[in-house]
Design a protein. Structure first.
Length: 633
């Protein structure tokens, strides 16, 4: 039985009655929702078997066996191209069978095989011998709704074999206008739903999972990439420059341009491109030798992520891109933005993550439609309060002007995620000359009552007074889902107001000491999934977490000076990853075995001791043996 179309679980359940007759129905599908719906309602998803790709040895045996009878008979001249073709098949049995049959009918000539490799997309579309492969790769595609077909086709704009970050992809979809608004959801949430649907339909491969069950990146199977690249070319959806197929410029006009420069830009010529109405430009590789990039005034999306050699000469006309919605310089060497950035009135996303930009031009604060500002290395600009549309802000507070601008954050009531680093704060609670940091507790309280869901603070400096003011908050940010406050000094004890954060799923804290009362606060957080705790000073009480606590916790990290750590029977029943880090010498490690014995679902346990330099080799060896005897009993 083959289920290609999307079916609601209730419809499938009505034709798959549950009884005691021991009959079995095997269903094959690419749709994860269909697979789960076909299982018993008492065991949803329990009987789903995901077919894995062939391992490398099995792939080689199948491929060379069908062409030469055995890999031993492979001509030396075909070794390199054969490996490239096998990599393209990526362990997909049908792809290996079809392509090996196709190659078996051609002469064993390296040039012909290279040509076949470089034109696999067109061969899949036109060659009758590859009809089965073409039909298999297109299973489910015709049943996709139109918006998902467009989103899938857009994947051809990314370099082959690359990992595509979810947030980058969804923001580009939004900038291109592929995402529809839905009541009760932000556009970003709708785009993330599209991403999840493509995974469920097996159109993309999910990678980079976290403990919350979210997927943060995807890849596309090489054979499917060949297919959608060919479709994209035929529909003039994306124009590729500098890819291995060569330059495809013979089009009446360019809608979207993907410029793949590789390690050099010699020979790349964009002058013949007809780009007056181009909507997007993605640049990959090294453009150091490229004098300019084709910036069309109707661009909605401009992406330089991981591009080498980007500098001011490539941005000289950026102020004319009055429709631009997405602009990324992530992981580039750019060190400053032109003042023209303030002319981009439609800009919604500005990504300066992992760049050398340390100061934003004041013109940035004129971008009143900006929704995402990721500039973790740049200082908070004065006038930030004018940017009322901001939902995500990653920024640094270090100099006098940025400290004075902190109070303006009170006006950003649409913020959903705030990440800030405080740098160079004075010790012993003294007030900074360039403005007051006392505003931060008020910001936490006010924004926490609005739309703020994620608050991540990195306090780099021994500012005791600031920790104390945050600890004594009178109005808790009740709606927070993620709270991370770390730094050099830490809280004297766990803030009591954390007890009221019933929606909290992610918590990271630095504290001086932890007592029994503090542990009760943690134990009272019913939805906590991820918990990282750094303890600066040792305690004779140790860390004892009682039974039935933290029922949803999956990831736990504890860093402390030496103290016993123990868990009661039944505690953290879902804990999968546990990392314990000590920062002192300890001889008696017997508590470790007792600790992990009570963890029913543990998959990974990592134990680290940062030993002092003064320890002798004999003491270090004794420490190793103590650990082994404690754990491997």
């Amino acid at each position: 039985m083959s289920c290609g179309k999307y079916q609601h679980g209730i419809i499938l359940a009505s034709v798959l009655p549950e009884n005691t007759f021991d009959s079995i129905i095997i269903t094959t599908t690419r749709n994860e929702l269909v697979a789960n719906a076909c299982c018993s309602r008492y065991h949803p998803g329990h009987f789903v078997h995901k077919v894995a790709s062939l391992k490398d040895l099995d792939s080689r045996t199948l491929f060379f066996g069908r062409i030469f009878g055995s890999e031993d008979n492979l001509p030396h001249v075909l070794e390199e191209v054969s490996m490239k073709i096998l990599k393209k098949c990526a362990g997909l049995p049908l792809a290996i069978v079809c392509i090996s049959s196709f190659l078996a009918a051609t002469s064993p000539d390296a040039k012909k095989w290279d040509k076949a490799y470089n034109s696999l997309g067109s061969e899949i579309e036109s060659n009758d011998g590859l009809r089965r492969l073409r039909q298999a790769l297109k299973v489910g595609y015709d049943d996709l709704p139109q918006h998902l077909k467009v989103c899938r086709l857009y994947l051809s704009a990314f370099p082959e074999n690359c990992k595509i970050e979810r947030d980058r992809l969804t923001c580009r979809w939004i900038a291109e206008g592929f995402v529809d608004e839905k009541p009760g959801k932000t556009v970003q949430e709708v785009a993330e739903d599209y991403f999840s649907e493509l995974i469920e339909q097996s159109m993309i491969l999910a990678v980079d999972f976290d403990c919350f069950g979210e997927t943060h990146a995807c890849r596309i199977h090489d054979m499917i990439f060949e297919l959608i690249s060919m479709e994209s070319f035929e529909e003039n959806f994306v124009t590729l420059i500098g890819n291995r197929r060569g330059t495809s410029t013979q089009r009446p006009y360019v809608r979207r341009l993907s410029l793949n420069c590789g390690n050099a830009t010699d020979g790349l010529d964009c002058s013949s491109l007809n780009m007056p109405h181009a909507r997007s430009l993605a640049v990959n590789g090294n453009i150091d030798n490229l004098d300019s990039v084709p910036l069309c005034r109707f661009l909605r999306m401009l992406d330089f992520e991981c591009c080498h050699g980007v500098n001011s000469r490539h941005l000289k006309d950026i102020g004319q891109l009055f429709l631009l919605k997405y602009l990324s310089f992530k992981s580039t060497w750019i060190s400053e933005l032109p003042a023209q950035i303030g002319e981009l009135k439609c800009l919604e996303t500005l990504d300066l993550t992992q760049t050398y930009v340390r100061e934003l031009p004041v013109e940035v604060t004129r971008l009143q439609r900006l929704v995402y500002l990721l500039a973790g290395g740049a200082e908070l600009p004065k006038g930030i309060g004018n940017m009322r549309s901001l939902q995500l802000l990653c920024i640094r507070v270090a100099g006098k002007r940025s400290r004075e601008a902190v109070e303006e954050l009170l006006w950003l009531t649409n913020l959903r995620k705030l990440e800030m680093s405080y740098v160079g704060v004075h010790p012993r609670g003294r007030k900074s000359k360039g403005g007051s940091l006392d505003t931060l507790p008020k910001i936490i309280s006010k924004l926490g009552k609005c739309k703020l869901r994620f608050l991540h603070l990195n306090l780099l400096g021994y500012y005791i007074g600031l920790y104390l003011q945050i600890q004594l908050l009178t109005s808790a940010p009740d709606h927070l889902q993620s709270l991370r406050i770390r730094g050099d000094h830490g809280f004297q004890s766990v803030p009591v107001w954390i007890r009221s954060l019933n929606h909290l799923t992610d918590l990271e804290l630095t504290v001086r000491m932890v007592g029994a009362q503090d542990l009760k606060i943690f134990a009272g957080l019913p939805r906590l999934v991820r918990f990282r705790l750094t303890i600066k000073e040792p305690s004779t009480e140790g860390i004892i977490i009682p039974g039935s606590s933290l029922p949803c916790l999956k990831e736990l990290f504890i860093s402390c000076r030496i103290m016993p750590v123990s868990f009661s029977q039944g505690v953290m029943p879902k804990l999968e990853n546990f990392e314990l880090q000590f920062r002192a010498y300890q001889e008696d490690l017997k508590f470790i075995r007792h600790t992990i014995d009570h963890l029913q679902s543990i998959k990974e346990f990592q134990f680290t001791i940062a030993v002092h330099r003064g320890l002798s080799d004999r003491q270090v060896e004794h420490l190793k043996e103590s650990f082994k005897s404690a754990v491997f009993v």
